[in-house]
Design a protein around this ligand. Structure first.
Ligand code: ZN
Ligand code: ZN
Length: 344
């Protein structure tokens, strides 16, 4: 007897099947978007150090198998029920902020970044290490024309974090702003700081990145191995802001004395050990230490538009989706220059 069969096109997915498991390339059916969701044909997805949370199961309540990826750039190819503000064919991105409930106290205050039920792409639901992905509409950021997908992807996490932390740091044009660490975050932080009109001091370990830092827009390079970085910043008058990007609490502790009066250490490099600071260090000069996490999709749109306008771009290494394991290992090695991106 003949039966009618709809050919369901499969898609390729790079998934983790259990905490600490290896990447598996598997085929799945292309999913249908539910109400309030869109389906994105993924074009590129950045490989971020925070993907370790999915890979190793370090986030509470994560369910497996799970597809990592929260630096997603793609094209909307199907709309779920009730979605009117986005169009099929539109270029969109999804970053760390993968959704919010719109109803909790913080959402009612308009502070979606601190939603109590915040969703994270690649953790709460399957992320961008796949050919097609579903995302709730409140997670979407429009990608401007002038940015390529593989460039836009890292701007949705590393980019927004540095851009947003700096623009909320209180530093004004002409102020001395130090960017500590020249890596995935730092190489973007230097560019944004330069384009914001700050006097930029890049702090790296060893002389290796001096030329690159200058090329990215640093006015001054401070080698924290050869000199006392805090003292060097004081010679320049003291930093208004130090953007601490290297995930080293020890390195952060060492630069606090480089802050000028009312200076702020803006912490975005995620480490687990404590930053050491004495109350006296904070009291003298009324210094502060603040942390900053990412931002909302509208912050992402601001980041992307600013990057398009000013020429800020991530330095990337690309890998095909099939090589997700290799790409992840490259990111973990710390040797990538500087962001690793999967292309579909
Ligand atoms: Zn990230
Ligand atoms: Zn909420």
């Amino acid at each position: 007897m003949a039966t009618t069969r709809l050919a369901v096109a499969p898609m390729k997915v790079a998934q983790i099947s259990k905490p600490g498991g290896d990447f598996q390339i598997v085929e799945r059916e292309i999913p249908k978007p539910g109400a309030g969701q869109v389906r994105i044909k993924v074009q590129a997805c950045g490989v971020c150090h925070s993907d370790v949370l999915t890979k190793e199961g370090a986030w509470p309540g994560i369910q497996y198998p799970r597809v990592p990826g929260h630096e997603v750039a793609g094209i909307i190819d199907e709309l779920g029920a009730g979605v009117s503000e986005w169009k099929a064919g539109q270029r969109v991105g999804v970053g760390w902020h993968g959704g919010h409930d719109g109803t909790c106290l913080w959402c009612r205050r308009g502070d979606f970044r601190n939603c109590r039920n915040q969703k994270i792409a690649g953790i709460s639901y399957d992320g961008g290490y796949q050919q097609y992905m579903l995302a709730p509409v409140e997670a979407l950021a429009a990608i401007p024309e002038g940015l390529e997908d593989a460039e836009a992807a890292p701007l949705l996490c590393a980019g927004i974090t540095t851009y947003n932390a700096l623009r909320h740091s209180g530093a004004l044009p002409g102020d001395l702003v130090a960017v500590q660490g020249i890596g995935g975050l730092g190489h973007l932080g230097i560019q944004f700081a330069h384009k914001f009109g700050y006097k930029v001091a890049a702090i790296g370990r060893g002389p290796g990145n001096a030329a690159l830092a200058k090329k990215l827009g640093a006015n001054v390079y401070i080698d924290s191995k050869a000199t006392n970085a805090a003292a060097e910043l004081q010679k320049l008058g003291g930093a208004q802001v130090i953007l601490a990007t290297a995930p080293s609490s020890k390195a952060m502790s060492e630069v606090i004395d480089g802050l000028g009066p009312n200076g702020k250490l803006m912490v975005i490099g995620a480490a687990f050990d404590p930053i050491e600071v004495t109350p006296i260090q904070l009291i003298s000069g009324s210094r502060t230490i603040q942390g900053w996490a990412s931002g909302t999709p509208t912050d992402a749109e601001d980041t992307l538009r600013f990057a398009e306008l000013t020429g800020v771009r991530p330095m990337i290494e690309t890998y095909p989706l099939d090589k997700a394991a290799e790409a992840y290992a490259r990111m973990m090695s710390g040797d990538a220059q500087f962001r690793v991106v999967l292309t579909m």
